[in-house]
Design a protein around this ligand. Sequence first.
Ligand code: UT7
Length: 343
Amino acid sequence: MPNAYISGTGFYVPPRVVTNQMLADDYGIDTTHEWIVQRTGIEERRFSDPGVATSDLAAEASEAALEAAGLTKEDVDLIILATLSPDCHFPGTGVYLQRRLGMTEGKDAKFVPALDIRNQCSGFVYGLSVAASMVQAGNLKHILLVGAETHSHAMDMTTRGRNVCSLFGDGAGAVIVSATEEDRGIRGWNLGADSRFADALCQKIWTIADETCFPLDEQGRGIVEPELMWAHMNGKVVFKHAVQRMIESLMQVCMKLDAKRDDIDLFFFHQANLRINEYIAKMLGIPSEKLPHNIERFGNTTAGTIPIMLAEAERNGTLQRGMKIAMVAFGSGFTWGAAIVDW
Ligand code: UT7
């Protein structure tokens, strides 16, 4: 059975920086830089320009990851894309990424499968478990796994939406999960979900149980009320469960793999709130130098946070071959997951 390792990483964030102060000045939101920094650690985030979609960000990150792995798009056997901000309702964004990468062009086009993962902030860790399983089963050699989000085009950028829109940013991270005979790679994972809290953080837009799925006006246009249109979050409930589930998930994967806290060189925690992560680190006795973060620059990029951090850490030399790393995520669903990788 081959091992599955991460042979390349890449990331892309759109160039437009939106500071906390700009949320107040440019969007007229009743907020302050101090409030956002104190509660979340976020100082700025990136927003895409009009016309840019999640598959566009994903394509940039994918090309960087392929280059880092020394591979070309012809080497990819499967695309897995995790997002909660898809290009459209259907088809999935994985196929748009395939098209955007030009993977259907030329006589040697392989028309590889494209799988979408819908697990919000846990999407990357869920996707990693699927990619590793497929590689370890011996079926596939190189899987392109991407976490990408374009939040900025679908948030309530008013004071009504301030508890959500001040947290999220756009960006994409990609990894290549490859087969190897070497003794390294993705060692194991722990995943979970608690559907009792499915409505604690959600963006419904429409309800398929209703006929039609949203009311129509006389011209047949859909009417979407603000309660359905925009994301809703019970921040305090999310905060409490994030702390509990991230700790549990990390401890479970460590126990399963017999990994001790001090064996782990770096902890890549989902970037939802710096205070959540600092609290967990304090509870578990993880020193701050083992806890990379980029939430202050990018906000919460949901499925993108962990792969963006991996790519940044590889490029700035923090993450090196031979290290043992852990990743942990929690988000809407609720869903959560943790994984351990020998880099
Ligand atoms: O990936 C997973 C996604 N999300 C998370 O992990 C988020 C977890 N939760 C949190 O990080 C925190 O709950 C928040 C940072 C989102 C909010 O902090 P909080 O202390 O739980 O605030 P709250 O939601 O209880 O709101 C307290 C007040 C409210 O005002 P009123 O109703 O008391 O007048 C909010 O409207 O803070 C207000 N508020 C803001 N004020 C200024 C909420 N967002 C803002 C804002 N600026 N950006």
